[in-house]
Ligand binder design. Structure first.
Ligand code: IPE
Ligand code: IPE
Ligand code: MG
Ligand code: MG
Ligand code: MG
Length: 358
């Protein structure tokens, strides 16, 4: 397994990403402390899943890898900023990340916040860097990439999802506070998909988030179900996960496609694949928080329970959460079946998400 063709391919794509990120950092002229803090988090050896997805989507669409490298770096910069901020005392208050003490533990909160801000702006500097000396059509393509990246990272994507995640933890988002006391025992109750399955599908297919719509759909889902609160919560939870994690993952795939001249149908298939593996990825993240090993994870497990987060295993139990992730990965693979053999790396990556231990 260690030397499988897929692992070799992943290694080579990660190496491309590592080199490109190091090159971007080598160019910056910033106060020394800021550069040290950004480098500390960015070059700490994450899995590089999102930039690899940009490169794989570019590859499956028949693009040139060099055209996708700025977008790949930009996505990883935004992801790393989201991790630095996610770990702050005002958010998840975590001490370890990527196998090291978190940014605010080493550099203090002010510099950690600013390192995150700086990575966010560096992402846009990086993705627009090829515009220099380029013609009109090329600039239009880059402008579209900027729009995709901003949408995935912003209020209807990652940042919005982080807000809902915190509101669910603090009992101010919809039904979470009531549900927490009623979470089903997986062995006894099991999870039965009712209306929530339909609503989750709509969430996976849907665009931006409207909290009013979500509230309405949750109250509708409470009808005709054996466990209405659990049903409601699954909808709420998939909305949170879709936004806080799925948006950037789906965005990475669409960005990769946008670096090529591929047709709209292929693009929407890649986006659909991304939403499904994005949700599966956060479900496995929630599972690893229960079952994972600190050294492999590079972060401390058990934090979700400590903080009272709304999570898939917390709501549905471990076995049902695994089944849900498995089902999403199967659906994701079906979405890219039309790519034939060219889609094989994407399908293997989807399986990696399911089987990962870190
Ligand atoms: C962690 O992301 C945060 C989530 C969205 C679950 P990763 O598990 O991709 O973290 P790194 O990049 O490998 O450190
Ligand atoms: C974080 O989700 C999602 C983002 C950073 C946007 P989590 O809070 O579950 O991620 P970890 O477990 O700290 O990596
Ligand atoms: Mg969090
Ligand atoms: Mg966290
Ligand atoms: Mg987590």
């Amino acid at each position: 397994m260690a030397n499988s063709p897929f692992n070799e391919h992943m290694r080579s794509l990660r190496a491309v990403v590592e080199a490109a990120l190091a090159e971007e950092l080598a160019k910056v002229v910033w106060p020394g402390s800021l550069k040290t803090a950004v480098e500390y988090s960015l070059m700490a050896g994450g899995k590089r899943l999102r930039p690899v997805l940009v490169l794989m989507a570019n590859e499956v669409c028949g693009g040139k890898q060099a055209d996708a490298i700025p977008a790949a770096c930009a996505v990883e910069m935004i992801h790393t900023y989201s991790l630095i901020h996610d770990d702050l005392p005002a958010m998840d208050d975590d001490d370890f990340r990527r196998g090291r003490p978190t940014s605010h533990r080493v550099f203090g909160e002010a510099l950690a916040i600013l390192a995150g801000d700086c990575l966010l702006t560096l992402a846009f500097e990086t993705i627009t860097s090829p515009i220099t000396n380029s013609g009109g059509e090329f600039s239009r393509q880059i402008a579209e990439q900027v729009r995709l990246l901003a949408a995935a990272a912003g209020g209807s994507g990652m940042v919005g999802g982080q807000v809902l995640d915190l509101e669910a933890e603090r009992g101010t988002f919809l039904t979470s506070d009531k549900v927490r006391s009623q979470r089903p025992d997986e062995e006894k109750s099991g999870y039965r998909a009712g209306n929530s399955a339909v609503q989750e599908e709509a969430i996976l297919k849907g665009g931006g988030h409207d909290p009013k719509d979500s509230t309405a759909s949750i109250s509708r889902s409470s009808e005709n179900t054996s466990n209405p609160m659990a049903e409601s919560c699954v909808v709420e939870l998939s909305q949170i996960h879709k936004m806080k994690t799925g948006a950037l993952i789906a965005g990475a795939l669409e960005l990769g496609a946008a670096t090529t001249a591929v047709d709209q149908d292929s693009r929407s298939r890649l986006r659909d694949f991304g939403h499904r593996i994005g949700l599966a990825f956060q479900i496995t993240d929630d599972l690893l928080d229960v079952t994972g090993d600190e050294t492999r994870l590079g972060k401390k497990p058990g934090r979700d329970a400590d903080l009272g987060k709304l999570t898939y295993p917390g709501l549905l139990g471990i076995a049902n959460s695994r089944n849900k992730a498995e089902q999403l990965v199967q659906e994701a693979c079906a979405a890219v079946a039309t790519f034939g053999d060219r889609g094989k790396w994407l399908k293997e990556l989807a399986r990696f998400i399911l089987e990962r231990d870190h």
